[in-house]
Ligand binder design. Structure first.
Ligand code: FAD
Length: 383
């Protein structure tokens, strides 16, 4: 009999093999050319990963959040950008299978699981990043339709994706303003315009774009869940998964940097011995490995709570905060271990060093994570 544990191990072994054989040999070159990895994305599709967390009833693999976090870690050991192709796609899927109507699930989830529809999450606007409530995109009801107008920015998968989860205001006067936000699902087409690709420090190869909605008409059946004003809480629950994804990415990138550092330290000799035998280097390796392990455990803890259906904004926030700060630290420590060579493009450390800062910003900056964590602590320890 196959147990869920066996399924997890099989999937992880498959992803690990894919990363070692197909991603690692080409990631550096594609990244430096800032080239969209069409072939690798095709392989993600063949491996069923576009349906990773989509329930089996809708054609997905039905992985739990913990297994998904492990998959993300493995992918990021090879190239973080690949996890970005999946992340907002699966957040859109989460919105549908958790908050959507049955008709919406049937209409979109099977095609998403097959990778025929690829999703993006459209929250951020030029004037609304951390402060989601101040978004300005509007959705005005017109009979059986909604008409959307507004501009989004920093939208990952906007160009190569075909399906958007869009946050828009259905009530401009709601108090507090978040009660006026609704989420829509809509296909790319008339009324959507993908603008420029944003040039980035890292996270290269995948599309992060401006996206405009101009008199974009959606049937009222595309309002996620069918009731206006629920968008903010829907998106916040999806962002718990998003934060676990970011934490898992951080563990993967940090683990990759550490692996290079320890391997290099064993072989590079100075003053007559491998640098791994200098205590200063050993201290670095010990700190790096300990923090990565702690980050991994926080990530699994948050994912396990999500799997149990428990509220996990505190745990996901802690995991995201600690893992992303650890990743940033480990990337620069790994660079120190490699000395001048770490600063060159001959090793992938410089890529990890450029990818890591996104993790302290995306899915809610680490300042916002601290606010979320503190709010929860104050409630939990309140008299
Ligand atoms: C590569 C990349 C990909 C992205 N992909 C997506 C995507 O697919 N979809 C999407 O919707 N968005 C995406 N984003 C946007 C990302 O989520 C936002 O950049 C992020 O939420 C921060 O918003 P902001 O950049 O507007 O910063 P701001 O909100 O303007 O914040 C600026 C600074 O002020 C701090 N700050 C703000 N408010 C407070 C406060 N109350 N207390 C203390 N400090 C505060 C912030 O922490 C930050 O340090 C992406 C961003 C990047 C860089």
């Amino acid at each position: 009999m196959t147990t869920p544990h066996d399924v997890r191990e099989q999937i992880l072994a498959t992803v690990r093999r894919f990363v070692q054989r197909e991603v690692m040999p080409v990631a550096g070159e594609l990244e430096h050319r800032n080239e969209y990895p069409h072939a690798l994305v095709g392989r993600l599709r063949e491996l069923g990963l576009f349906g990773a967390t989509i329930p089996e009833a809708y054609g997905g693999l039905g992985l739990d959040c913990t297994t998904y976090a492990m998959v993300v870690e493995e992918l990021c050991r090879g190239w973080m950008s690949l996890s970005g192709v999946l992340n907002t796609h699966l957040l859109l899927a989460y919105l549908l299978y958790t908050h959507g109507t049955e008709e919406q699930r049937r209409r979109y989830l099977p095609a998403m699981a097959r990778g025929e529809h690829r999703g993006a999450l459209c929250l951020t606007e030029p004037e609304a990043g951390s402060d989601v409530q101040s978004l300005r995109t509007t959705a005005v009801r017109d009979g059986d339709w909604y008409v959307l107008n507004g501009s989004k920015t920093f939208i990952t998968n906007a160009r190569h994706g075909t399906l958007y989860a869009i946050a828009a205001k259905t009530d401009l006067h709601a108090e507090p303003p978040y009660r006026g936000i609704s989420m829509f699902v809509g296909e790319k087409g008339a009324g959507t315009r993908v603008g420029r690709d944003i040039d980035k420090l890292g996270y290269k190869g995948i599309d992060t774009c401006e996206l405009t909605f101009e008199d974009y008409r959606l049937p009222s059946t595309n309002l996620i869940g069918g009731t206006e004003g629920r968008g903010f809480s829907q998106v916040m629950s999806a962002l718990e998964v998003g934060r676990i994804n970011i934490a898992a990415r951080a563990v993967g990138v940090a683990a990759a940097a550490f692996t290079h550092a320890i391997d290099y330290a064993r072989h590079r000799r100075t003053f007559g011995k491998p640098i791994a035998e200098h205590q200063a280097i050993q201290l670095k390796l010990a700190d790096m490995a300990t923090k990565i392990e702690a980050a991994r455990l926080l990530t699994y803890q948050a994912a396990e709570r999500k799997d149990r259906g428990a509220r996990c904004d505190l745990e996901a926030g802690m995991a995201k905060l600690f893992a992303s700060e650890t990743c940033l630290e480990v990337a620069i420590e790994a660079m120190r271990v490699l000395g001048g060579y770490g600063y060159t493009t001959a090793f992938p450390i410089e890529r990890y060093y450029r990818d890591a800062p996104l993790l302290i910003i995306g899915e809610g900056t680490n300042e916002i994570q601290r606010l979320v964590i503190a709010r929860q602590l104050l409630q939990r320890y309140g008299s």
